[in-house]
Design a protein around this ligand. Structure first.
Ligand SMILES: Nc1nc2c(ncn2[C@@H]2O[C@H](COP(=O)(O)OP(=O)(O)OP(=O)(O)O)[C@@H](O)[C@H]2O)c(=O)[nH]1
Ligand SMILES: [Zn+2]
Length: 215
């Protein structure tokens, strides 16, 4: 096992994730796989315009799937306890993300909205978007993404309540298969007072909807 796989193994345990770490192929092996797929598509990976494509695709995958090597805990380990007595809802809405579905490895494009009621303190606002990014940069379903973001924030921040809503379009339904464009899939995760009190869910959903009206 190389260092990256070891780090992923530790991260897998911390995130309560079901994935089993596997041997990581070399960059050359990854590029060879891209050449095979180009041939499978019906083109010649040896022609001039495609010569550098395997290198570019491997580099793009490194960036798009960087979440396998990032640790959500590191982003959420700074809690600001001095908040002037603020105890009401903190909502960060319209966090844009790109992910890839684990069934077809095609893009999922969407927005996440995250709200919580602080208990002991608050996290930096950007950190919530970073948690979304880390989870989004892995292969998964939208449900898995929503549950992963919810669990990570719940575990590290321990708020009085947490609400996560993800709205996304799946390119595997737009570009192929059923070929329906513009569909939106909505998934939610509620904990604490958001889970217990439907009025709190309503308040969250109302604030999120107002964000869309304002655009
Ligand atoms: N629940 C869930 N399903 C997803 C997600 N992303 C893609 N899918 C669905 O996963 C299913 C995979 O179905 P399969 O029958 O195994 O694969 P397929 O033949 O490519 O299916 P079609 O897309 O219907 O052509 C499809 O219905 C996709 O729409 C997701 O995030 N969550
Ligand atoms: Zn898919």
């Amino acid at each position: 096992m190389d260092a990256l796989v070891d780090k992923h193994a530790a991260q897998t345990e911390r995130d309560g994730d079901r994935r089993t770490p596997v041997h990581r192929p070399s960059r050359e092996e990854a590029e060879a796989a891209v050449r095979t797929l180009i041939q499978w598509a019906g083109d010649d990976p040896g022609r001039e315009g495609l010569l550098d494509t395997p290198r570019r695709v491997a580099k793009a995958w490194q960036e798009m799937f960087a979440g396998y090597h990032q640790d959500v805990g590191e982003e959420l380990d700074t809690i600001f306890e001095e908040v002037g007595g603020y105890q009401d809802m903190v909502l960060v809405r319209d966090i844009p993300f790109f992910s890839h579905c684990e069934h077809h490895v095609l893009p999922i494009l969407g927005h996440a909205h995250i709200a919580y009621y602080p208990r002991g303190g608050v996290v930096g606002l950007s950190k919530l978007a970073r948690v979304v990014d880390i989870h989004a940069r892995r292969l998964q379903t939208q449900e898995h993404l929503t549950a992963g973001v919810t669990q990570a924030i719940e575990e590290h921040l321990k708020p009085r309540g947490l609400a996560v809503m993800v709205e996304a379009e799946h390119m595997c339904m737009a570009m192929r298969g059923i070929q329906k464009q513009g569909l939106s899939t909505v998934t939610t995760g509620f904990t604490g007072i958001f889970k217990e009190d439907p009025q709190e869910q309503l308040r969250f959903l109302t604030l999120v909807r107002q964000a869309f009206k304002a655009r």
